[in-house]
Design a protein around this ligand. Sequence first.
Ligand SMILES: [Zn+2]
Length: 136
Amino acid sequence: MAEKRSKPVPRPYQDTKAYWDAAKEKRLIFQRCLDCSKPQFYPRGVCSHCLGSRLEWLDSSGRGKVHTFTVSYRAPHPGFADELPFVIAIVDLEEGFRMMSNIVGCDPGIVRIDMPVKVVFEQLTPDIVLPKFSPA
Ligand SMILES: [Zn+2]
């Protein structure tokens, strides 16, 4: 019998540590540039719009809509095999940033573009909590 494989786990580093620390507190945060005022996601050391380095962290409401999605019937890694099928989605948050995540807590067949969703948090390991989304 094959040994059960665990999922790959995110490894926080300087630019992402604040994000992962907030997720552990069940908060979804994102960066906004203090020079051009645009939000960005994923966390980076500079603004992806103007290359400014003055970034602030803000709390997201966690509310958004599905921009697009797909349903995966094949595990990209053996650690995901128990969750098939699962939904991979791009979610537009109401603060104006967009992130890739999973839609959970529902049948994959009900997921639709523009469906309202809200953030939920999945404890992956004692140190890593993953923001995911479920129907609002
Ligand atoms: Zn900027």
